[in-house]
Structures are given as structure tokens and as C-alpha cells.
Design a protein around this ligand. Sequence first.
Ligand code: ASP
Length: 458
Amino acid sequence: MKVTKFGGSSLASATQLEKVLNIVQSDPERHFVVVSAPGKRDGQDTKVTDALIKYYKEYISGKDVTASQEWIINRYQAMADELGFEAKSLTKIAKSIRDLANLPIEDNDFLYDTFLAAGEDNNAKLIAEYFSYKGLPARYVHPKKAGLLVSSEPGNARILPSSYDRIEELRNFDEVLVIPGFFGVTEDNQICTFSRGGSDITGSIIAAGVKADLYENFTDVDGIFAAHPGIIHKPHSISELTYREMRELAYAGFSVLHDEALLPAYRGRIPLVIKNTNNPSHPGTRIVLKHSGETLPVVGIAADDDFVSINISKYLMNREVGFGRKLLQILEELNIRWEHMPTGIDDVSVVLRGRELTPIKEEEILRQLNHNLEVDKAEIEHDLSIIMIVGENMKSHVGVAATATTALSQRNINLAMISQGASEVSVMFVVKTEQRNKALRALYDAFFRDEQSSQVAQ
Ligand code: ASP
């Protein structure tokens, strides 16, 4: 059995819905379909979820909501019209959209989530009806009925472990089950969403719950590219990645799949595949527990911006008991998360995301470092980017870091830092953001292009 999740762009129009139907119909193992809200039909369009946010804002500030309500209802209506069928669910859909504006505003922590969830919920109703109309028996299942119990954290729900047994019972249905993504229900019966883009999480949870053989995540690209296509000209797509490799790449900017979506499928030992609704015969990218054969030492190269480094030196730092703890305590007390901490003998840097700092926090950190920790030098460096080369097979290859540093030095790129975790799944380079593209190209050429094409790429 397969769990098949479709993202918003795959569900944006009648044409897309036809493709979705063909995909589901073409494989009887596709038994569970998880859907997002309708996405953008073109560059100028608005995602239904974003339209719901607008509607919510108008409602809580007492503005007229009629235009927003009608726009959203019409998105569903237009799809049914274009598909040429009289959807009975449309009356319910229209009512559910309008009823949002009767919900209490005061003391309602879940109001925003309830608005947002309506995008996926109504889409699932319409799609289930469309499938049945086209001769594919299908049933809409609300997350409450599916057993998706979540924590009471509005906008950031987490699945409760007790959910999985209930979800497993979904195996007993004969029809194709269409389940809205992105939200669950709390123990107090409130609608609570995952973070944005969270339909991927629902798909992963359902896959783990029903013990699927495969979790298929359909989007609008032929899988995951080995590097950012906006920087590298026509990068190749990766055919197979391990969960750990995916996690490392996602950390450093690969955003095809929601970060939190990997965990349930990984724990359930369910392989995942990212596929293209617009090109379903392409094999896509498989995400597996273990590589099935030989792979290159590096499978992908990711880059992410907006990093900051707090650089500290103090003579004989290595002899001072408790220095590291005191340093991290400064950050902890200011509620700052840090990411990496490369060290030397008398110096240490703490690398963090720029969004963690404010000018006031920076001043306070420097003040405490100078006064309380009595460092010789402390400075904060901005506009840094990280570049990560990722591959589980790196550990069995000699010279990967050397290949990378040689490639970077040949292009005159100044490395601010290098760091490799003990697991050797990735090596991270920190460079000035202005050198990020050049560095990424140098590394892509060094690991993936042969000599001739690397010259063409330059
Ligand atoms: N519709 C939601 C969002 O736009 C969730 C999703 O598409 O996965 O964030």
C-alpha cells in the first residue's frame, strides 16, 4: 500500500486534478491520498491558504469579509465547473467557509488554525467526490476520524504517539481514502495545524501509521536537484538519498520537503519518493534508510545564507575550566539558539542564524564576553553563508575535504571556517555571502562535472 501526497501546485486547477486522478487510478496500491489546499495556478495567483489568512485578518479586525469568502468558495466552484461535474460537496464547502466568520474571536487560541485548515479540508471533500464521480470509489476522511491527534500548540502541532494505532485502522477501508493534510485535532477537539507547508507531515504520519510500503510525495519538480538550480546551470537530480543525507541538505536550504516530514516515515522505516505530478513517469528522488548500491561520496551540495559568527579569542582558553559553559550560558540567558561551534586552541566561534540576534542582543553579548569572561578579543561577523557537501559515503573515501578545499582555493575563495561532524555525513564551509555562488559552483564542478563540462560551466 502506498500513501500518496499531492502539494498545492498539483491541485491548483482542473487540469492538475485530472493528472492527480490519473496518477491515483494508475496504481491500485495508491490507497491513501493526502492533499494540500489548492495552490497557485500561475505566478500572479494566490494560494488558498494565503487567501484564508487574509480572510482571517479581515474577520478579526471587523472588516467586510464577503469578497474574501466568495473568492475562496469560487476557487473550489471553478474547479468543479471546469471538471464538468455537479459537486454536491460544494454546498457544504461554501457553508464551511462562511461559517468561519461565526466563530468566537475572544479566548480562541485555535481560530487562526481553524481558518487555515479549511483550505485542505474542503479540498479533500471535493477531490474525494471527484474521484468517485470518475469511477474511483473514494471517501473523504477528516483527521479526527483518521485518528490524527495532535498537541495543543497552535500553528506548530506535533503528533501524539497514541495516534498511530488509530491510524492503522484506516487499512480496513476498501475505498481510496482522501485525507486533508496540514492539521490534526487536539484532545479537546480543537483544529490545530502543523507549521506552514505541513501537509507533507500528515502524509508521513499516515504512511507510518498504516505501515505503507512507500510514501509518495508529488510536487512540481522531477525530484531533488544536487544543488540549487538558480545558482548551478541545470544541476542533475538525485536518484537516491538516505534520510540522513536529506536531513543535512534540508538543514542547509533544500526545501522540497517540510523539515519535520522526514521523522515519522523514518521512524516507521518507510521509504519515500519525491515525484513530479507533471511528469509522473520520471522516477524522482527516493529517500531510503540505506543506499541500495554504490554512490558517489558526495550526493548533494546545499547553501544557506544569513549566518553570523561570534568569534572569541582568549589566551590559554583551553586551560580554563568552564569557559564553554559560561559562553553558552550568555546565549541561553538571551534566549539565543546556536548552530555550530568550531574551536581552535585559544579561540572559539559560535555560528548562528542572523535572525537570532538584534543590535541590542549583540551589544549585550559583547559586553558580557569582555567583562565577565574577560576575553582578549570578541567580534561579531555578519553576512556569512554556509555551504554543505553531503554524502554518507564520504567516510569511506579519502580526500573529499581536500578536493573541496583545493577547488575553493583555486577559485580564490576565502574560507572563514570548516567543520565536520563526527558522523561524517557532511562537511560545512563558511564563506562570506558575496562568495557563496562562486563557492557553490567550484564545489559542484569538483564533485559532479567532468573536466570538459566544468570548463564549459565556467
Ligand atoms: N496549505 C498549507 C500551506 O500553504 C500547507 C501545505 O500546503 O502543505 O502552508
